[in-house]
Design a protein around this ligand. Structure first.
Ligand SMILES: Nc1ncnc2c1ncn2[C@@H]1O[C@H](COP(=O)(O)OP(=O)(O)OP(=O)(O)O)[C@@H](O)[C@H]1O
Ligand SMILES: [Mg+2]
Length: 311
């Protein structure tokens, strides 16, 4: 409520009518802005539909975790109307700004350090936006960040702000269990472990799953396995992997050296670089399986569905 003066009778009436705050003319613009942001924050936090936090982590270096996180987030931005964010938590060797050919002006570390000053408008300014609509909160190449520099309480606050503000948040998390990754993993609704078809990947994935379940108390239903660079001729077939790792969901992304290396070198995600390639379609399917709300035009009908003429 904004009134001509500080009339106490008016103030009482305003409060009885449910006003959250009372300002007398002349109104301090900054104070008004702060009050409005607090109302928005409270409303969004109270909103039952919070954003979904999806973390992509590799079971072994070089499995393709960053490739999957980037292309999944980009695909979700293109094929849905949801607001999508990609957070690059590879704090030392992050590459997402290069993968998307973007030049961030602020970093994830600045956002974490400044979190108490940030509201919904301000956090948006810390991100750089891709032409697909995807927002990226990333690191800078010339900076070296040590895990001890991150304040965990601030990190938790940043995740809350992200979840309250955007529909889908994808995190690229390198394989390393430390207080920063534990905080992110514990807050994640979906954890996708990226592996390739080898015994070494299986061993490390098994160990990672054990740590997630027993040390971090993460529920089975939140953990899925993604077999990247899938080779149908490999000795290790998905059913063997499934039997060993016993996870709720399994996904496959084909191997496509040509498309992936060109798209990465150009800084153009695969859906933009080769929309009709098998790998781009597999990532659209993956987004749909992860409950991204796909626009009708991007829904691929499977062979059986086409035969039965179902949608
Ligand atoms: N499905 C795929 N087909 C072909 N090449 C791929 C595929 N997925 C990833 N790659 C390539 O594999 C390499 C490693 O990928 P990426 O950097 O995403 O792995 P990572 O798990 O994030 O590794 P790091 O341990 O460095 O974080 C990259 O050169 C990438 O282009
Ligand atoms: Mg990576």
């Amino acid at each position: 409520m904004i009134a001509a003066d500080n009339n106490s009778q008016l103030m009482r009436l305003a409060m009885q009518a449910g006003a959250r705050d009372f300002f007398a003319e002349p109104v301090d613009r900054q104070e008004l802005h702060k009050a409005l942001n607090q109302v928005i924050f409270d409303l969004r936090r109270g909103h039952s539909q919070q954003g979904i936090l999806t973390t992509v982590i590799n079971a072994k270096g070089g499995s393709g975790g960053s490739f999957v996180a980037c292309n999944l987030a980009h695909t979700a931005s293109v094929v849905s109307d949801s607001s999508i964010v990609l957070m690059d938590f590879d704090l030392q060797f992050g590459s997402q700004s290069l993968n998307l050919d973007l030049r961030p002006r602020h970093t994830i570390v600045e956002a974490i350090n400044d979190i108490h000053k940030l509201d919904f408008d301000a956090i948006d300014g810390y991100m750089v936006q891709h032409k697909s609509g995807l927002r990226l909160l990333s690191t800078m190449h010339e900076q070296l960040v040590l895990p001890g520099e991150i304040d965990l309480e601030n990190l938790d606050h940043l995740l809350t702000l992200m979840i309250s503000n955007y529909d889908r948040i994808f995190v690229d998390l390198p394989r390393q269990i430390d207080p920063v990754s534990a905080t992110i993993l514990e807050r994640s609704d979906q954890i996708i472990i990226v592996i390739q078809q080898s015994l070494a990947h299986m061993r490390d994935a098994q160990r990672l799953i054990r740590i997630l379940k027993s040390e971090l108390n993460i529920s089975d239903k939140n953990i899925s396995i993604l077999i990247n660079r899938f080779d149908p001729k490999s000795n290790l077939q998905p059913k063997d992997i499934q039997a060993t790792l016993s996870c709720a969901s399994f996904y496959l992304i084909p191997n496509d050296y040509e498309t992936v290396s060109h798209s990465t070198n150009l800084g153009t995600p695969v859906l933009e670089y080769a929309r009709h390639s098998a790998i781009a379609k597999a990532i659209v399917d993956l987004a749909e399986d992860l409950h991204v709300k796909i626009k009708e035009e991007y829904k691929e009908k499977s062979f059986i569905k086409k035969l039965l003429n179902l949608t």
